[in-house]
Design a protein around this ligand. Sequence first.
Ligand code: MG
Ligand code: MG
Length: 236
Amino acid sequence: MRRAGKVVAEMHAATREIAKPGVLTAELDAAAREVLRRRGAKSNFLNYRGFPGVICASPNDMVVHGIPGEYVLREGDILSIDCGAIVEGYHGDAAFTMAIGAVPASTSRLLEVTEKSLWAGIAELRPGNRLHEVGRAVQNVAEAAGFSVIREYVGHAIGTAMHEEPQVPNYWPGTAGPVLKSGMVFAVEPMVNAGAPGTRLLDDGWSVVTQDGSLSAHFEHTIAVTDDGPEVLTLP
Ligand code: MG
Ligand code: MG
């Protein structure tokens, strides 16, 4: 899983580097495919329930699951890229949101707070702690900043499949959840809206957008619970 995580980090670097005004999201998908090819890794996104890309590319008010294609990035956009890799049967999964050129300070703040909420959640991944403390920590950071946390989409355990049980909510679901043990691995992935938390599915059957049209950010890492604390596997 460490090796898969490194490949995902490399896909992030490759897409981040070329994501500029005038670039198609299909070009970012191609760059991510090249990393997979070079590393001999497989995609866990491609053909997942028929998904056509190795990355999800979700601009602006699109929360997650955007299909890479003919969308042309523009100055002032934000773009979420989510992707994963399989190495010898083990999965990695991570996402980030970036600004395309200059964006207003309020937009930068949404990105900073969402990433901060991810790290607050990660800090809860310690043996003996309860899983839903992750969501509580994420929610506290996001809501303290005046943003909202999406309920319909959540993080997940990950291993020999991308999406394993249990789920990892980004909010306090009313129960503490399972006790964490060393060796468990989770994908923690806050999706934070500038406006209200509601979402809507577009007609393509994939793209999830905010109901109120407000901007949305998404950050994700794959993290192992270890006796020494959380080990983030999808860092470069
Ligand atoms: Mg992901
Ligand atoms: Mg995930």
